[in-house]
Design a binder for this molecule. Structure first.
Ligand code: AMP
Length: 216
């Protein structure tokens, strides 16, 4: 155990956009995160360390206080719920849309539809609100394969350029939500480390505005 202030980052494309923001906020890893296999990184600020996780694990680390703060996609917060977390800042990075999609030309025959997704909670709420009877199938990846293999009629997935859908003979249908990465903070840490955390939030807010990432 140490008493460093720990920020949990989401690896992958969110990490690529997070590191320049952190740099502008005055926090920089002392070694190259992208080329390292390490999971914990010291920074130029001795009291701050970074950990690099799968996005789905970031809220868990922050909720339990194993990390004080985190960076995670809004899609994951919507799916898991934000209990135990403050969400003080939209970082405006890794913008994308959560959408329904189906094979090009697919039309519902009005009966129940089968929907494959990683986001079963979001999909359940969305189709209920639309009055559509949807049977949900939880998958962990390669969602575009599900309609091709007749596992599902539709998918609910993240769409950025739409290239992945197009490459698999699919088209986006409805937008469920717009998504960007958010800063989350453990509620107890917000009280016990108030000065340090509010300073980082202020520095990141300035970095977001300076970088033109602020939400429109
Ligand atoms: P695209 O082909 O550009 O529409 O990208 C779609 C795929 O990239 C999806 O299957 C997502 O898994 C992934 N993706 C794109 N943008 C993001 C993002 N901001 N956060 C997480 N995953 C993303």
């Amino acid at each position: 155990m140490n008493d460093k202030l720990t920020i949990a980052l989401t690896k992958g494309r969110i990490l690529k956009e997070t590191l320049p923001l952190l740099t502008r906020a005055g926090i920089e890893a002392v070694e190259d995160i992208h080329s390292s296999r390490k999971l914990v990184f010291e920074t130029n600020r001795p009291e701050v360390q970074l950990v690099v996780l799968r996005g789905t694990d970031v809220p868990t680390y922050v909720r339990f206080g194993a990390a004080d703060m985190g960076v995670v996609g809004k899609d994951i917060l919507m799916e898991q719920g934000a209990e135990g977390l403050y969400e003080p800042l939209d970082l405006g990075i890794a913008r994308c849309r959560l959408m329904t999609a189906a094979r090009v030309g697919w039309r519902s025959d009005g009966a129940r539809i089968r929907v494959a997704t990683k986001f079963v909670n979001i999909a359940r709420a969305y189709f209920a609100q639309q009055g559509v009877h949807a049977d949900l199938i939880k998958l962990y990846g390669a969602l575009e394969l599900a309609p091709i293999m007749n596992l599902a009629d539709q998918i609910v997935d993240i769409v950025d350029t739409g290239n992945t859908l197009r490459a698999n003979g699919m088209e986006p249908l409805q937008e469920i939500a717009t998504v960007s990465s958010r800063l989350v903070v453990n509620k107890a840490a917000m009280r016990s480390r108030y000065t340090a955390i509010t300073q980082i939030i202020a520095d990141l807010t300035a970095a977001v505005q300076e970088g033109g990432n602020a939400a429109p």
